[in-house]
Design a protein around this ligand. Structure first.
Ligand code: PEP
Ligand code: MG
Length: 599
């Protein structure tokens, strides 16, 4: 559920166009809908003694309004979906009606003389922590209900009306200041057909999810929420990174015909689906899929992926948050992934939570610098129980298909040794319980921290495979926040420093005879593919829909020529010089249309 602020419709009827960063290809035409943050920041405001009574009344009114809303919602769901679904609101109603919940808030307002919002947030946190600590699954699942109820009351306290997107009968484009990956996961169905935001970065997880959902998206449009009114007609051009507001009929027609042209091109590219992925001089290049959502499994087949090169398992957590997935839920999913990918392999990356992908209520306090904080493997090693649940499930699922396990954000050999020790411990436990697993389950690591890239030769002696994560490798080596639109102009995959790091990792892998893949967004760009093939990369993993485009490149080039291009490129000084050189050479050497970066 989202909170939608309906601003008054302005008289602006002129055609306006705004530039941002196109992060998910495609064109969407629909009506704007503004989304505000579900909950505005809550501040602790001290109140005077003579204000306490009116503050308590304000809270009671918001609670009463919430009770009425929930009842209405339950009746609506019961009518449209049946009583079974409607009963999910019983727990909500119980919390709203629970005198101890309301009493606690009132008590806090009175004793601490604080505003109702603050008192409510405090009680919410206490309750959530209490429910989360229960062993019983049913009680733990109530954490989400407490959160939902508290958010509704808070929203009512702040005088914002609730609306549900499903009430809208036409296609909509979400216009927001910012969207989290979990917001985006929930846009997984009509009426939402595209979105545009003020903030974000090319390789942020929100952008990655948009691609997974085939949802055209433009981010980083300055002051967008001030430029657009609810209900205005919007074109999101995810190829060019443009937002057009109030287009006239001619413009709409032009964009509609562009959509058909792109569809045609996509169809043509899909014709190579069953053809081998080899260069013209017979070098095989494996093209695998990155997936975040189980729904994407069909896409891996549709686009001809040779297995799953990266399953971002944290999205299992995000979709269940704030309740942690059980061992059985992990197991069933990994088994399904491995079986669907067979005979190809499926690489499951353990939770990369933290950074910008963390539900604070379960993992603890907020960090000032989360991207350099308790993220990924570090966070998992701290929350051992959660991690062991995932590792046990992975080991159990390893007897199905061709599963591989991968750890994110490894910075050195010691970290890898520690996690391998943990795996040994878990294997011992499984042995004792008589539970089967694949004793040779390959254990690989992401190379996405500069220190790991620099010591790739050392890590290669203890890891079974490498996957280069350029999204983070660029972020950490070029010192640019991947989710910050202000520095996205510095996001340069062709930066000489990055190309040297990548070459070092590929060479180290070859010397140690372990496979090296790339699963960062860089692997999905046809222009970069030419250089990467030349640097010796043999496994590319990407959003499934990008596979036909890269296969087109692979089948059009000669490895020999790519090597020559890579040799020249490694001696150039700037990303701009490198890009110009590649474009010129590719245009000369390879068939026209090879470098189509807009698909
Ligand atoms: C990467 O960093 O390149 C990567 C593939 O991982 P993620 O985008 O999930 O951080
Ligand atoms: Mg990463």
């Amino acid at each position: 559920m989202s909170t939608i602020a309906r601003s008054s419709h302005s008289n602006r009827s002129d055609v306006r166009s705004y530039k941002g960063i196109g992060v998910s290809p495609g064109i969407a035409i629909g009506r704007a809908i503004m989304v505000e943050k579900r909950i505005a920041s809550v501040y602790r405001v001290p109140i005077r003694e003579d204000e306490v009574a009116s503050e308590v009344t304000r809270f009671s009114e918001a609670l009463e309004k919430t009770r009425e809303e929930l009842l209405e919602l339950k009746q609506k769901v019961s009518r449209s979906m049946g009583d079974e679904y409607a009963s999910i609101f019983d727990a909500h109603a119980m919390i709203v009606g629970d005198a101890s919940f309301a009493d606690k808030v009132v008590q806090k307002i009175e004793e601490e003389q604080v505003n109702a919002e603050w008192a409510l947030s405090e009680v919410q946190e206490e309750l959530q922590a209490r429910f989360a600590s229960f062993d019983n699954d049913y009680l733990r699942e109530r954490v989400a209900d407490v959160k939902d109820v508290a958010e509704r009351v808070l929203t009512n306290l702040q005088g914002i009306a609730h609306h549900d997107l499903s009430e809208i009968g036409h296609d909509v484009i979400i216009i927001a200041d910012d969207l989290t990956p979990s917001d985006t996961v929930h846009f997984n169905r009509r009426p939402v057909i595209g979105f545009a935001t003020e903030t974000g970065g090319r390789t942020s997880h929100t952008s990655i999810i948009a691609k997974s959902l085939f949802m055209p998206a433009v981010i980083g449009v300055p002051k967008l929420t001030k430029m657009v009114d609810n209900d205005e007609l919007i074109i999101v051009d995810g190829y060019e990174g443009t937002i057009i507001v109030n287009p006239n009929d001619a413009l709409v027609k032009e964009y509609e015909s562009r959509v058909s042209r792109h569809d045609e091109q996509e169809k043509r590219l899909l014709e190579n689906r069953d053809l081998p992925s080899i260069t013209r001089d017979d070098r095989p290049i494996s093209l695998q899929a990155n997936i975040e959502l189980v729904e994407e499994l069909d896409d891996t087949i549709k686009f001809g992926a040779q297995g799953i090169g990266l399953y971002r398992s944290e999205f299992l957590y995000i979709s269940k948050s704030p309740v942690l997935p059980t061992e059985e839920e992990h197991f069933e999913l990994y088994k399904r992934l491995a079986e669907t990918s067979a005979p190809h392999s499926c690489v499951v990356r353990t939770f990369d939570l933290g950074g910008k992908k963390l539900a604070r209520e379960v993992m603890g306090s907020k960090e000032d610098n989360p991207v350099l904080g308790l993220r990924a493997l570090r966070l998992c090693m701290k929350h051992r129980d959660m991690f062991k649940t995932q590792l046990r499930a992975l080991l159990r699922a390893s007897i199905h298909g061709n599963l591989k396990i991968m750890f994110p954000l490894v910075s050195g050999v010691q970290e890898l040794r520690q996690v391998k020790t943990l795996i040994r411990e878990i294997k011992g436990e499984l042995d004792a319980e008589g539970i089967p697993y694949n004793p040779k389950l390959p254990v690989g690591i992401m190379i996405e921290v500069p220190s790991a890239a620099v010591i790739a030769d050392l890590l290669a002696t203890e890891a079974d495979f490498f996957a280069i994560g350029t999204n983070d490798l660029i972020q950490y080596s070029l010192a640019i926040d991947r989710a910050n639109e202000n520095v996205s102009y510095l996001y340069e995959p062709l930066h000489p420093a990055l190309l040297r790091l990548i070459k070092g990792v590929i060479d180290a892998g070859k010397r140690a005879k372990i496979p090296v893949s790339m699963c960062g967004e860089m692997a999905a760009d046809p222009l970069f593919a030419v250089v990467l093939i030349g640097l010796g990369l043999e496994i590319f993993s990407m959003n499934p829909s990008a596979i036909p485009v890269i296969k087109n490149v692979v089948r059009s080039v000669r490895y020999k020529d790519c090597r020559k291009i890579a040799d020249v490129v490694l001696n150039k000084k700037t990303a701009q010089e490198i890009e110009e050189f590649i474009i010129e050479t590719v245009a000369m050497k390879f068939p026209e249309g090879l470098v189509n970066r807009s698909l």
